[in-house]
Design a protein around this ligand. Structure first.
Ligand code: 5RP
Length: 222
């Protein structure tokens, strides 16, 4: 099986969490693209989707799924998204695709977060994958210096601008043994818009595609 097969299997398994006649939140990335294609078959049973990026919006519309603003949809029943890394406790690094800010907002507005991934994303602790941090452009160097003081090595994602017209710093070299605390510390730095550590509001369900099928981790198994 290819990595794409494993992503697709996890994505299709997430359909069971989609409630009829409700709005849901949809993340961003290659795993989510498989989910949107599967969701198209249920498009008449749901009210529609709140999208986390321009990329996701384009695919949702192409698949005939209604896209609504979060301001109009209100609280959401479920949010489905991928991750760059996830621990068995549901803490994640996200933002490899640069959509972390809208992803974090929609995750916070959702009753349940279902993380879909191939099993290679499951890690004992976070930090192998560089932590994306969205910053206001004028604060880029200031935030980078603050990150160095916290032991990280920031790298500007040169030539990339987020959907919110901000910059991204990818931070290498952190072994995140306490991701909740690090998320809080980084959130205090003026100029930081969003931290790609999703630990304070982590995943409620993790669906992992591996060679034996799709494994489900939930709070009962955490
Ligand atoms: C985008 C994200 C994605 O969920 C993350 O990068 C995983 O992507 P993929 O499904 O392509 O592996 O956080 O901002």
């Amino acid at each position: 099986m290819t990595q794409d097969d494993l992503k697709q299997a996890a994505a299709e398994a997430a359909l069971q969490y989609v409630e009829d006649n409700a709005w849901l939140g949809v993340g961003t990335g290659s795993t989510v693209d498989f989910f949107i294609e599967a969701l198209a078959k249920k498009r008449n049973a749901i009210k529609g989707a709140v999208s986390s990026s321009e990329r996701t919006t384009a695919l949702l519309k192409k698949c005939g799924i209604t896209v609504e603003e979060l301001n109009n949809a209100g609280d959401l029943s479920v949010y489905i998204d991928g991750a760059d890394e996830v621990t068995e406790h549901g803490a994640m690094i996200k933002g490899g695709g640069g959509a972390l800010t809208r992803e974090k907002i929609i995750a916070a507005a959702s009753r349940k977060f279902v993380c879909i991934a191939d099993a290679s994303k499951l890690k004992p602790f976070l930090g192998d994958f560089p932590v994306p941090i969205e910053v206001i452009p004028m604060a880029r160097s200031f935030v980078a210096r603050a990150i160095v003081r916290l032991g990280g090595q920031p790298e500007w994602r040169s030539g990339f601008t987020t959907d919110n017209d901000n910059a991204i710093l990818d931070v290498h070299g952190w072994e995140l043994l306490n991701p909740v605390e690090m998320e809080s510390k980084l959130n205090q730095i003026p100029g930081v818009v969003t931290v790609g550590i999703f630990a304070q509001r982590g995943a409620d369900v993790i669906l992992l595609g591996d060679e034996d099928g799709v494994r489900t981790l939930t709070p009962e198994t955490f």
